[in-house]
Design a binder for this molecule. Structure first.
Ligand SMILES: [Zn+2]
Length: 76
């Protein structure tokens, strides 16, 4: 998930093309190869509480919502 402070700051500069180009050059979030932010939740993009077991890649909140559809019987 791209941070809210970045997206909000970017929104303010949408009418200012020169400043936006400079902002994107120096302030864009770094693309990560490993670590938390490299594998966010596939549904909502959160990086906290992500379940990787069985290749799920869902955060715990989305897993609760999706578990029944995925065939987990405990959540019926
Ligand atoms: Zn999620």
């Amino acid at each position: 998930m791209i941070s809210m402070s970045f997206t909000n700051a970017k929104k303010q500069l949408l009418g200012k093309p020169v400043k936006l180009a400079r902002f994107m050059k120096f302030c864009a979030p770094k693309a990560r190869k490993f670590g938390r932010s490299a594998a966010p939740c596939r549904r909502c993009g959160k990086t906290e509480g992500v379940i990787h077991k069985y290749g799920l890649q869902y955060c715990r909140q989305c897993f609760r919502d999706e578990a029944k559809k995925l065939g987990f019987k405990k959540y019926e």
